[in-house]
Ligand binder design. Structure first.
Ligand SMILES: Cc1cc2nc3c(=O)[nH]c(=O)nc-3n(C[C@H](O)[C@H](O)[C@H](O)COP(=O)(O)OP(=O)(O)OC[C@H]3O[C@@H](n4cnc5c(N)ncnc54)[C@H](O)[C@@H]3O)c2cc1C
Length: 457
């Protein structure tokens, strides 16, 4: 087990020199599956994560819209890995790799640093939301990658209705009742559908001044159809369901500006830009590598694609550095998809490589097996695509639910999520709508976002 240093820059060294030290950066799907598979084997594993919890990202939108709590979709990594005595979990953000010294420097939440040594490094730090170089959009349009994002969206969503309730009828009130979503992939589709359901079912009878069901939800995407990764027939069905829910689809347009009052969209084919007044804008349009991954690629001299995914050998190691592996969304090879299944399989594959190295056997090449994909459209309605099998509607929803429950971390999370869904399918209410706005004397959270008004750009 590593000894934990208490001073800045103290290096955490393995007590035993004989055992291989495996350092995993990131406790998402890739890192967690790798750590679990190495648990109880003859190696010392350290799992370093900036959040100390495993987040089930596929259900973040249900947390953002009040169906599930953050407890349903996350689990402490320390708790999850407690029974693996050879695995140590550490809270810290990896900020620097020194491949010569074989150390990673990490930052604690109090901004002091420490370093961890390794013999084998597994980088499974995932991707972050990309605003395609327009970082100032983030102020107005939160993405959906972390628990903080989900809680921020929940706050903005329900606050928007509350603010509208206090305004007289007119354009300002309408803009608070207009929600713009950038990106027509699974996350954009899921959140857009959910906002319409919140408006038309959950909140329908709770307000006196406004009619929440009149809320507009606008979905913008540069492509010619939503859910491009699904077969055209399924994505057509999704579009019809979304339209019947009341989501307004705007295809073939790019969101070119985001500000306090709404969005500007420009047709991909050229033509005049249009503005939409919307006080709530959500961004699901793109991803890019986290900053640490970019530093890793730089110091290892590895190639990356435009989003920062790192090129790897066919065993997932970095060319010229067989002791460094890349796992999950960060892998830049063979157009591997950014899905949980690829991260889980990658994590298991790297664990197998480590064990084969110890046994003196040659490593195997990584082969991704596509087990299909699923997307939630609305209550009791989802798409499921497994090879030639295509299912939608209620049957799709059952398949979608089964897959998500199977991969949710922790038995209690699974059981409570199933019960919550069963309750939600027949009823309109959502029990996890609470949001925070900061203390009475210190408004840590923006309420009307007027603080942002002075932000340049
Ligand atoms: C909203 C949303 C919905 C999705 N829906 C689906 C779906 O329905 N089906 C599907 O298959 N996939 C889905 N995905 C994609 C899936 O979640 C990802 O492919 C998967 O999480 C990738 O796993 P990973 O291990 O590579 O990275 P992640 O799961 O993102 O984990 C990365 C981990 O690294 C940590 N980290 C980051 N930087 C550092 C650092 N510098 N130091 C220490 N720790 C760090 C993070 O805290 C995080 O815990 C969805 C993703 C999102 C965001």
């Amino acid at each position: 087990m590593p000894a934990v240093g208490t001073e800045d820059a103290a290096t955490l060294e393995a007590v035993s020199d004989e055992r291989t030290r495996v350092l995993i950066i990131g406790g998402g799907f890739g890192g967690l599956f790798c750590a679990r598979r190495l648990g109880r084997h003859d190696v010392d594993v350290t799992l370093l994560d900036r959040g100390a919890g495993h987040i089930f990202q596929p259900l973040l939108y249900q947390c953002a819209t009040g169906t599930l709590s953050i407890g349903h979709i996350s689990r402490s990594l320390r708790e999850e890995l407690a029974r693996h005595r050879n695995v140590t979990t550490l809270l810290g953000e990896a900020i620097r790799l020194d491949p010569g010294a074989r150390t990673v420097t990490a930052m604690r939440p109090d901004e002091t640093t420490f370093t961890v040594g390794y013999d084998v490094l597994v980088v499974a730090a995932g991707m972050k939301q990309s605003y395609f170089g327009k970082e100032h959009f983030a102020e107005w349009a939160p993405g959906m990658k972390t628990l903080d994002d989900a809680l921020c969206i929940r706050q903005r969503l329900f606050t928007a209705f509350e603010i509208a309730e206090t305004l007289p009828p007119g354009p300002e009130r309408d803009s608070w009742l207009t929600f713009a979503v950038a990106g027509g992939g699974p996350t954009g589709v899921e959140i857009a559908g959910q906002i319409r359901e919140v408006a038309s079912r959950t909140l329908a009878n709770e307000f006196h001044s406004i009619a929440p069901e009149d809320a507009r939800v606008l979905l913008f995407d540069g492509g010619d159809r939503v859910l491009k990764s699904f077969a055209p027939g399924l994505s057509d069905k999704a579009a019809r369901t979304l339209t019947s829910l009341g989501v307004e689809l705007h295809m073939g347009v790019h969101v070119t500006d985001v500000g306090r009052d709404g969005v500007t969209v420009t047709p991909k084919s050229g033509g005049a830009a249009e503005q939409y007044a919307a006080r709530t804008v959500l961004w699901t349009a793109g991803v890019e590598a986290v900053p640490f991954a970019r530093q890793v690629a730089e110091v290892l001299g590895a190639d990356t694609d435009r989003a920062g995914r790192i090129s790897v050998e066919d065993d997932l190691s970095v060319p010229g550095h067989p002791e460094v592996f890349i796992v999950g969304d960060l892998v830049g090879r063979d157009d591997l998809p950014g899905v949980a299944e690829n991260a889980m399989q990658g994590g298991l594959h790297v664990a197998a490589c480590v064990r084969r190295d110890l046994d003196g056997k040659p490593r195997r090449r990584y082969r991704y097996r596509d087990l299909g994909s699923a997307a939630y459209i609305s209550r009791g309605n989802a798409l499921l695509q497994v090879g030639p099998v295509r299912v939608s509607g209620f049957a799709g929803w059952l398949g979608w639910g089964f897959i998500h429950i199977a991969f949710l971390t922790g038995l209690s999370n699974r059981v409570s999520t199933v019960f919550t869904w069963m309750a939600a399918i027949g009823r309109a209410d959502r029990h996890h709508r609470a949001f925070m706005l900061g203390g009475a004397t210190a408004a840590e959270q923006h309420y009307t976002w007027s603080e942002c008004d002075e932000t340049p750009g």
